[in-house]
Design a binder for this molecule. Structure first.
Ligand code: 2IT
Length: 443
């Protein structure tokens, strides 16, 4: 008989010190355990042992020369987690917090997220501890070129298709793509998030945020509510926050917060119109601070604080893992927040997620933020067909996919007239991957 605690102990012993990876595996395995326990086929095939072991991990040196002429060394990674459903697919993160543990947790989660999208994509994640903060455009280009010089040996349009994540946007994808093309002498869909003039998909920059809001619309519909008239707290000020705010405004909601590593901004008037374009400027400034927004628009800046102390109806974390703690969850609930949807990956700590799940309505990142990778999947399709779809074609498919994901959550997470989105997303993502692994034999 399988035992959950001994399984987790094995995972911890095999991956010492990898806290984020342990956290992601624990949350996932806990919620699929009854399915696993009641399925001897999965146990005999050691499905969980196989799903928690990446198929391949590549780690490499990334040497580059800064503007002063000094040699700099960073560490590059690509975690190719699981290819049962398609080529490895997932973003690249450039941030000083990047470690093997972080990328393993992200690659693990990506596998089930990608499964939920209904598109044929395996799971992977990569990146570097490189910090774009304060770097010049030329430094970023030289770093990207050096990173890709090694990464190009391991990826390809039918093997592994990276994209952006924190610290990797359209500019970085451009430099990475250029170097790949130069090395391989091939113009292929090896990366997603490309510029629309050279193979990118319309709506990809907006997709994670738009998809998250479409998912929230479905959650609200279950409660006979909608976006209009509700007040939102958003964290972060990057690509995901931007897309989410854009869509919330369009649907009649009001967003009053954004945040950065320096603190959060409260804008009573709501973040809309020109203020949204200003977010894009802030990101490209490479300073990684949000305070200038407050100065520009006369909003209030709370240094060193997170936005979760602000009373709101709905909170959407859009920054990074473990950005919402147990205390934050309690404060949100006490202040009347009734829904939290993670647009960041594992945005809530395990303790926070537990509180939100029991007291209000909560959905995890792998369901909520899957719109980003879904439109990446659509970019791959368009690249294979060598044509591009219109904005409305892509948006319609994104809508449809977020609806499918919500249906899957409802199907597998139905619990006394409500939806448990953690169980729904994890079991829904798991069943497909597990069946594909079974069908493909011991490989
Ligand atoms: O976390 C994510 O799903 C992403 N960073 C997007 C991955 C992708 O391949 O578009």
């Amino acid at each position: 008989m399988a035992d959950f605690n001994s399984f987790m102990n094995q995972v911890i012993a095999r991956n010492p010190g990898e806290r984020e990876f342990h956290q992601a595996v624990k949350e996932f395995v806990e919620s699929i355990w009854t399915v696993y326990e009641s399925n001897p086929r999965y146990q005999e095939a050691k499905i969980l042992e196989r799903l928690t072991e990446p198929e391949r991990v590549v780690m490499f040196r990334v040497p580059w020369i800064d503007d002063r002429g000094d040699v700099q060394i960073n560490r590059g990674y690509r975690v190719e987690f699981n290819s049962a459903l398609g080529p490895y697919k997932g973003g690249l993160r450039f941030h000083p917090s990047v470690t093997l543990s972080v990328l393993k947790f992200l690659g693990f989660e990506q596998t089930f997220k990608n499964s939920l999208t209904t598109l044929p994509m395996g799971g992977g994640k990569g990146g570097s501890d490189f910090s774009p903060k304060g770097k010049s455009d030329n430094e970023i280009m030289r770093f990207c070129q050096s990173f890709m010089t090694e990464l190009s040996r391991h990826i390809g349009p039918s093997t592994d298709v990276p994209a952006g994540d924190i610290g990797v946007g359209g500019r970085e994808i451009g430099y990475l793509f250029g170097q790949y093309k130069r090395i391989k002498n091939e113009f292929t869909g090896v990366l997603t998030g490309k510029g629309v003039m050279w193979g990118g998909s319309l709506i990809r920059p907006e997709a994670t945020g738009f998809g998250a809001v479409y998912f929230v619309q479905h959650m609200l519909k279950e409660m006979n509510k909608d976006i209009e008239g509700h007040c939102f707290a958003i964290s972060g000020f990057g690509n995901v926050a931007w897309g989410a705010i854009l869509k919330i405004n369009e649907l009649g909601g009001k967003v009053v917060t954004i945040s950065g590593p320096d603190g959060y901004v409260y804008d009573e008037e709501g973040i809309s119109g020109d203020k949204l374009d200003y977010l894009l400027e802030l990101r490209l400034s490479n300073n990684d601070i949000v305070e200038p927004y407050a100065n520009e628009y006369g909003a209030t800046f709370f240094p060193g604080k997170r936005p979760w102390i602000q009373p709101v109806d709905i909170a959407i974390p859009c920054a990074c893992e473990n950005e919402l703690s147990e205390d934050d969850a309690k404060t949100l609930v006490d202040n009347g927040c009734f829904l939290v949807a993670e647009a960041s990956n594992m945005g809530c700590t395990a303790e926070a997620a537990e509180i939100l799940r029991n007291k209000i309505v909560y959905a995890p990142g792998k369901a909520v933020n899957a719109g980003g990778v879904a439109v990446s999947g659509l970019e791959m399709t368009q690249n294979s067909m060598r044509l591009s779809w219109t904005r409305s074609e892509v948006d319609e498919r994104l809508h449809q996919i977020m609806g499918f994901i919500h249906d899957t959550c409802s199907k597998y997470g139905a619990k006394s007239g409500k939806v448990d989105y953690v169980v729904g997303a994890n079991v829904g993502g798991f069943v497909k991957v597990a069946e594909a692994v079974m069908a493909q034999g011991v490989v």
